[in-house]
Design a binder for this molecule. Structure first.
Ligand SMILES: C[S@@+](CC[C@H](N)C(=O)[O-])C[C@H]1O[C@@H](n2cnc3c(N)ncnc32)[C@H](O)[C@@H]1O
Length: 246
């Protein structure tokens, strides 16, 4: 495991990060999609599209979306025309909103949502052509274990695509973004979701999380090859890719 400080949503509580994260997402799930659109000014939709496009040439037939939440990334992955998409998440609340959404869109036969932990994925080795995660890895209790299990379930020759917040570094965007994420975002987040901590945890967890080469180094360590990172929107967000070699 890397030695970053562990950032949890509810600082005074005894529960470990995994339980706290599941509980936080259960609480905010009814407002999660709305807050995503509001806080990112809708750019999160474009980020997911960009990430999925990177898989277009590979035509994966079986896709696993880890930390699927309300299933937005899984729905975007339907554009790849796979035979099967499975989404797993540790939050029943997020999955319930996701299932409702799939039903409304008539997609519940095309995407299966299951309760599951990224560190102990309920799938056998080499089962998926592609494994995708958007805004999930930062929330894992044990990042390296989660990435290693992701590697295990991808078939040789398969690919992982990970979308995650990163840290903008250039002046003056960094200063603007710090102000926005530490001052404005928690206020809006608290007002809309009624959870005092969730949208303070977000910028704090981003700050403590490895990005760019630090993140691809961990992908390399768990076995991925040809790892790459691609920064989007001044570095607010990055896409990471890696291959499991044949
Ligand atoms: C920020 S949401 C992202 C949801 C979705 N992928 C999206 O792009 O909107 C993070 C999700 O990660 C899930 N999560 C956190 N730790 C997890 C773990 N160990 N295993 C599975 N899911 C996890 C949370 O429950 C939550 O639904």
């Amino acid at each position: 495991m890397t030695d970053e400080k562990i950032i949890v949503p509810y600082k005074g509580q005894q529960a470990g990060k995994k339980e706290q994260v599941a509980s936080m997402f259960n609480t905010i799930s009814p407002k999660y999609d709305l807050l995503n659109r509001l806080l990112s000014f809708g750019i999160d939709i474009y980020w997911r599209k960009r990430a999925i496009k990177l898989l277009q040439s590979e035509k994966p037939k079986t896709i696993l979306d880890i930390a699927t939440g309300t299933a937005d990334f899984a729905i975007e992955a339907l554009k790849l025309n796979p035979d099967k998409i499975v989404g797993v998440d540790i939050s029943e609340g997020m999955l319930a909103i996701g299932r409702e959404k799939l039903k409304k869109k008539g997609l519940d036969q095309r995407i299966e949502l299951r309760l599951g932990d990224s560190e102990k994925l309920p799938f056998s080795d080499n089962s998926f052509d592609a494994v995708i995660v958007s805004f999930g890895v930062r929330n894992f209790e044990n990042l390296e274990r989660g990435l290693a299990d992701m590697f295990r379930v991808i078939r040789p020759g398969g690919t992982c695509v990970i979308l995650e917040f990163s840290k903008p570094r250039s002046f003056p965007f960094k200063q603007f973004y710090d102000f926005y994420s530490y001052r404005i975002m928690p206020l809006i987040g608290k007002t809309v979701s009624k959870d005092d901590s969730a949208y303070r945890y977000l910028p704090e967890s981003v700050r403590a999380f490895p990005d760019g080469k630090d993140f691809t180094a961990i992908l390399d360590k768990v076995g991925f090859r040809k790892t790459r990172s691609l920064a989007l929107t001044f570095g607010i967000c990055s896409i990471y890719t890696g291959k499991k070699e044949k």
